[in-house]
Ligand binder design. Structure first.
Ligand code: ATP
Ligand code: MG
Length: 645
């Protein structure tokens, strides 16, 4: 059968409304040759550098102020005990209190700064990631699981975690190291060795724990997702006794998570013990080296007056304390391995989501659509799958016309319905509504002009009125109109709270047919210009089906474009156009009568061909049998006849 051209659309290129210019996007600086584009996430994080830099400067103050009790202790021994001056003790104590109060104050400011940075990061990314999750869900993409929003929270918490403050303490650690060198180079070397060991340990620890920890996170998310999705189908699980199997599969995922977590924890435990040992040895080793240098200098006085001299004991204590503090940030990072691995995993996953699902571009603000819906050579596939589902489908429908999309299962009917609504992206070709590409309309503005009843009805927790009015403020006139069109009145009258009845999660308290009618009422609410109904009569009884046919006629009379995906023939009475899809290709498209006649003709031709083939096969069989009969000897003729009979 030849494809019928979309005759109803031939004049449409002239009917395009003038498309207003899109808002110009903020210009980005051009990339230098060889320069890699920065990730969106990194760019967002870099905008927080003023907060983080200030917090880092405050960290240096905090670290030095944290030495105040040590200085107090040394000065008390040095000045008060020797001079027995209560006044000195008093003023030293006043200085100590002022120093500690200042330290707490600066620390509070630093915490506040990091909290603001986390909050701002969350604010800037929240909408973008919510949209990415929503789009991922729409396209049934792995990014649609909602994990991105958890990951965002994780990164936000990272800002006020001890990890970031430990990183900020690293420069102070280096300063302390420099001070120890100034006190005595041998003690400085000893402190440096401790820092190097600690550093190697932390890098080794991160390298070994990061992968199992990320695996553990992935397995935990999979287990959580599996539990969420399967528990939604509790009825099916219970009725067919599937619970043990489901539980087994969930336990398998859970075991993978626990195993990876145990591997990471085991290794990190050893590293932490090593780090603790280095930390404890550090102070004493520095003091031992200092004492050795002093004893050596005492026993071997240098003839050179500028040569090594015994060290002041208080300096030994200062160096030992500073050595401990120089190590503290690195050993704290080793201790915080879990937080670092978790945050790094979250960062990478967010980056993947943002790369895989780019930001929705600026959409056009247009007037209410009044023109036809035209699909031009639409080619599309599922995300991540290069094999097209629709392979160049074209059709066109004028306002006031109804199109039936028919074809076998998996032909691509539901996919075409989603493409027509602009919720499924196209690889090639265009879908135009009133002359403008459906993907470039501002979806929030276009939404009220569209009605959609999906194959899986998808009602939401709330009242019937909320669901029909699409969770906006219900307009009584539109609500009554939608209820009437969907034939919902008897159903609503039978419910105790009428339109205000809570329908529960996914419309759980309604029957399949009732859900379908509520879904239909939602699709026709607000007098939309384009209504797409995907198998709207799958669960309807005779009365429901009559109401549906009446609704389609009324929608057409109002000038609505109606697209119906159907397997049933009753609905064909009220449609004007028919599109027959097979394996993602247009088998026929055109006015209903022509398509039906063409289908009938093709079926007749097919039948005639099959009949002809059958007759020919029988003739060939007879001809094959005739020579063998004539060639057979007369005495064997009887059994041969009996066998053929
Ligand atoms: N999200 C998806 N990911 C991968 N493949 C998909 C996805 N959605 C649909 N497909 C594939 O696209 C093809 C067409 O699916 P579609 O739902 O459009 O069929 P249909 O004609 O509506 O079938 P039915 O009459 O059974 O509803 C099928 O082979 C299906 O497996
Ligand atoms: Mg379908």
């Amino acid at each position: 059968m030849s494809n019928t051209a979309p005759t109803a659309t031939a004049d449409q290129s002239a009917a395009k409304p003038s498309e207003p210019a899109k808002k110009p996007a903020k210009a980005k600086p051009a990339l230098m040759p060889g320069e890699k584009p920065k990730s969106v996430l990194w760019e967002e994080l870099s905008t927080l550098s003023p907060y983080v830099t200030k917090a880092a400067v405050f960290s240096i103050f905090i670290n030095f102020l944290a030495l105040v009790p040590t200085i107090y202790m040394l000065e008390t021994y040095d000045r008060v005990v020797n001079s027995r001056s209560v006044e000195t003790l008093f003023w030293l104590t006043v200085a100590l209190v002022i120093g500690l109060v200042m330290m707490e104050g600066v620390e509070l400011v630093r915490t506040h700064l990091l909290e603001i940075a986390g909050e701002r990061f969350d604010q800037r990314m929240r909408e973008r990631l919510f949209n990415a999750t929503f789009t991922g869900r729409l396209l049934r993409h792995p990014a649609g699981t909602g994990m991105a929003l958890n990951d965002l929270k994780m990164l936000r918490d990272f800002f006020s975690s001890p990890v970031l403050t430990s990183v900020m303490d690293l420069p102070s650690g280096l300063l302390f190291l420099a001070i120890i060198y100034m006190i005595n180079p041998a003690m400085g070397n000893s402190a440096l060795m401790g820092v190097i060991f600690q550093f190697i340990l932390s890098i080794w620890n991160q390298g070994r724990t990061m992968r199992p920890m990320q695996e553990a996170q992935r397995a935990a998310a999979e287990a959580q997702n599996y539990a969420n999705v399967t528990l939604r189908n509790a009825q099916v699980i219970e009725s067919m006794g599937m619970l043990p199997k489901i539980h087994e599969k969930w336990m398998g995922l859970q075991r993978r998570f626990l195993l990876q977590q145990a591997i990471a924890s085991d290794f990190a435990g050893n590293s932490q013990a090593g780090s603790k040992l280095i930390g404890m040895l550090q102070g004493s080793m520095i003091m031992a080296i200092g004492a050795f240098v002093s004893v050596y200098a005492f026993n071997n006085p240098s003839p050179n007056p500028n040569g090594p001299a015994p060290l002041d004991p208080s300096l030994l204590i200062v160096a030992s304390i500073l050595g401990g503090r120089a190590l503290a940030p690195i050993s704290s990072l080793v201790m915080q391995w879990r937080m670092i691995a978790t945050a790094w995993g979250a960062y990478q996953r967010l980056q993947d989501v943002l790369e895989m699902i780019p930001e929705r571009g600026e959409r056009m603000s247009l007037h209410a659509p009044n023109g036809p819906l035209i699909a031009e050579q639409v080619v599309t596939s599922a995300p991540g799958n290069p094999n097209p589902i629709l392979k160049g489908v074209s059709c066109g429908i004028h306002p006031g016309q109804a199109l039936a999309i028919v074809g076998p299962s998996a032909a691509g009917k539901s996919t075409l319905a989603k493409v027509m609504l602009g919720t499924w992206p196209v690889m090639n070709g265009k879908v135009r509504l009133d002359g403008a590409d459906i993907h470039s309309w501002n979806k929030d503005e276009l939404g009220p002009y569209l009605g959609y009843l999906p194959q899986e009805i998808e009602l939401f927790d709330g009242t019937i009125a909320d669901n029909i009015a699409r969770f906006g403020e219900p307009d009584p006139e539109h609500l009554a109109d939608a209820v009437r069109l969907a034939g919902l009145e008897p159903i609503i009258e039978a419910l105790p709270d009428g339109l205000d009845t809570e329908i529960g999660d996914l419309g759980g308290i309604l029957s399949g047919g009732q859900r379908q009618r509520v879904g239909l009422a939602r699709a026709v609410y607000g007098k939309p210009k384009l209504v797409v109904l995907d198998e709207p009569n799958a669960s309807l009884d005779e009365r429901g089906e009559k109401a549906l046919l009446q609704a389609i006629l009324e929608l057409k009379a109002r000038g609505t474009i109606v697209v119906i995906v159907t397997h049933r023939t009753d609905i064909l009475q009220v449609v004007d156009l028919m599109l027959v899809l097979r394996d993602g290709q247009t088998q026929a498209f055109g006015p209903k009568d022509q398509v039906i006649a063409a289908l009938k003709k093709a079926a007749d031709e097919q039948r005639a061909k099959m009949e002809e083939a059958r007759v020919r096969a029988e003739q060939a069989k007879l001809e094959a049998a005739a020579p063998s009969q004539s060639a057979a000897p007369p005495e064997s003729a009887a059994p041969a006849e009996g066998a053929s009979a």
